[in-house]
Design a protein around this ligand. Sequence first.
Ligand SMILES: Cc1cc2nc3c(=O)[nH]c(=O)nc-3n(C[C@H](O)[C@H](O)[C@H](O)COP(=O)(O)OP(=O)(O)OC[C@H]3O[C@@H](n4cnc5c(N)ncnc54)[C@H](O)[C@@H]3O)c2cc1C
Length: 384
Amino acid sequence: MDTIFDVLIIGAGSIGIPTALLCVESGLNVGVIDKNHSAGQGDNKAAIGGIRATHAEPAKIVLGKDSLNFFQNWEKIYGSSIGWKKGGYLYPIFEKQHEEILKKNLITQHQFNLNINWVSADEIRDIIPQIEEQNLIGGTWSPDDGSASPIMTSQALYLEGLKNGVKYFFNENIISIEKVNDVFFVKSDSQSIFKAKWIINAGGTGISQIAKFFNTEITLVPDSHEAGITEPVKPFLKPMIVDIRKDIGSSNYYFYQNYEGQIEFCITPDPPIIGENRDSTSQFLPMVAKRMIKLMPTLSVLRVRRTWRGIYPNSLDGSPIIGFDSNIENVIHAGAMCGQGYMFGPAVAILIVKMIKNRLEEKDNFVLKRLSLNRDFLSHETLK
Ligand SMILES: Cc1cc2nc3c(=O)[nH]c(=O)nc-3n(C[C@H](O)[C@H](O)[C@H](O)COP(=O)(O)OP(=O)(O)OC[C@H]3O[C@@H](n4cnc5c(N)ncnc54)[C@H](O)[C@@H]3O)c2cc1C
């Protein structure tokens, strides 16, 4: 191929697709390569669609705010639906130790002006009348958070990218990258050669393998997570509910009613199931359904349509890794998004455009420092 792209993105996923769109909108000539057959076929389509700014790690809060802004304005600006719903996030709390953790997080969250507060058990019952009341102490409520459909989002952003001139290349697995006179030569298993001035490594669970082409180490600890979706019913549930109590075989679980009326749900296995196994299990549904129905007995009438399993591409400390490669110029790595890559995609895209165009602001440098490839990875966000 003769074209020398300004930017070649490896990975058409939660990070790569928005990055391609925002790069092309900023005037860059953009190519995207993916080993899969179409856009969003990695872990993007495994996400259930939760989007929030209310994290505990400050860098994630900054990214979350930018992303929320992008998701909630998408339809107004671009005209297509991504299934956005501003339903908020609610963490109902039943144990004193969890109240303390959440109240500690509120201090940081308020420093970043997030709309999140502690609410009483009665206030929670006003928001979710169907909740099981036993031992409910109160919880946190963030009405500005929301959800959208990861599949509709990747399609909408992909089509918008194409319209603006992004070139996508599918079924291309990268096997080597070389740099000659400021131009990267990226070779795929079909013997295609792509040329570019910048490389963005947005390879999801493949990020470490791609980083090796530049002799750069990125350590991932991927683990398997299952999710499911019910038939649609009339709207009755406003927020995403996150129950952080532990039970046998699981730590937290979370669920919400999407814009079409379906309940989408996930559970976090405890201990984690390390690895990249994407086969659904017969344990997941009984385990998560039991917990959900105990919290909200009314859910027992719903029929589950399907379940699936995907991977959280975890870093060692549970926060994303975003930064310039220190071994070679004009390479950016953006991954290790853990359980939040869908929601961070647009914010990471905004940041990457600024990195390429040398327009980083103070808040961007703050994020890049905290999410650097070279940090010590010793900190652990509570409730990541
Ligand atoms: C059950 C479940 C529920 C989740 N729920 C949420 C949620 O509610 N909200 C949220 O924000 N996140 C959620 N997530 C997490 C989210 O799905 C991931 O964090 C996110 O998809 C990671 O984005 P990514 O772009 O890094 O990777 P991906 O979306 O996987 O994209 C990476 C792409 O790179 C391609 N690739 C890799 N290596 C190569 C190579 N060598 N050559 C060519 N192409 C390559 C892959 O084919 C893939 O398409 C959930 C995950 C799971 C499993």
